[in-house]
Design a protein around this ligand. Structure first.
Ligand SMILES: *Cc1c(COP(=O)(O)O)cnc(C)c1O
Length: 232
């Protein structure tokens, strides 16, 4: 671990946090409402550890396998699962993650609830919404969300905290503002839709678009490249 890379990461954390503060200020939000999740996929546990030492407690992985490798090596991290979760992997992660951002089917919800029940834990989740309707992305269509939330409220071991989306890849972040705005509107609409359903968390925004997401109400931003550099 070179001092140099530690320095770079500290600088990058600082830069992102400054941009978050500026974006929040532009719309009169308190920057403390926005949590930076460091996305450590493809990054070594050592490098992820530098982010942890730099004060970022929340780390995100999109693959279960990679999360399980880093998990024992980074005690003190709060883990976020941000990618598609297969039902056969639920058992191995639900006692290790603090938030699953990517709940995208009833089948998965049932399995999470069942395994959580066995362990007598309560699992915090966000419902992933495919706002832009991209065929390549997971997530519910906006029109399916209300019924899904009603159904989820019947599962005793799952606590829905809000919504998550991945915006389409665009050249100018401004182009995805409507996507973030729609997710925020959905959260407002579905607040209190059923018992046990909270809409306090909005996970939206990545390296290319997190400033716009913050302006539109993100409470969790998932940032990899801006912290660790481009992935190979
Ligand atoms: C990889 C990934 C990110 C981070 O992307 P960057 O562009 O590197 O910031 C965020 N969210 C999800 C779901 C991802 O898979």
């Amino acid at each position: 671990m070179s001092d140099d890379s530690q320095g770079n990461i500290l600088q990058a954390i600082d830069q992102v946090q400054q941009q978050v503060a500026l974006a929040a200020a532009r719309v009169g939000r308190d920057p403390r409402q926005i949590k930076l999740v460091a996305v450590t996929k493809t990054v070594s546990a050592e490098t992820a550890g530098q982010a942890l030492q730099g004060g970022l407690k929340d780390l995100g992985e999109n693959r279960v396998q990679e999360l399980l490798v880093k998990y024992p090596r980074l005690p003190g991290a709060r883990w976020h699962l941000i990618g598609h979760l297969q039902t056969n992997k639920v058992k191995s992660v639900i006692d290790k993650v603090s938030l699953i951002h990517s709940l995208d089917s009833w089948h998965l919800a049932r399995e999470i609830d069942r395994r959580a029940g066995e362990l007598a834990v309560s699992v915090q989740v966000l419902v992933q919404v495919n706002v832009a309707g991209e065929l390549s992305k997971y997530g519910l269509a906006p029109g399916e969300v209300a019924d899904f939330l009603q159904d989820l409220s019947k599962l005793p071991n799952i606590q829905v905290q809000g919504l998550m989306t991945i915006a389409p890849r665009v050249d100018r972040a401004e182009e995805v503002r409507p996507v973030f705005r729609e997710l925020k509107q959905m959260a407002e609409q579905y607040h209190g839709i059923a018992p046990g359903i909270s809409m306090n968390m909005l996970s939206m925004g990545m390296t290319n678009d997190y400033m716009v997401a913050v302006e539109e109400g993100a409470t969790l931003i998932r940032v990899g490249t801006a912290l660790f550099g481009p992935r190979r």
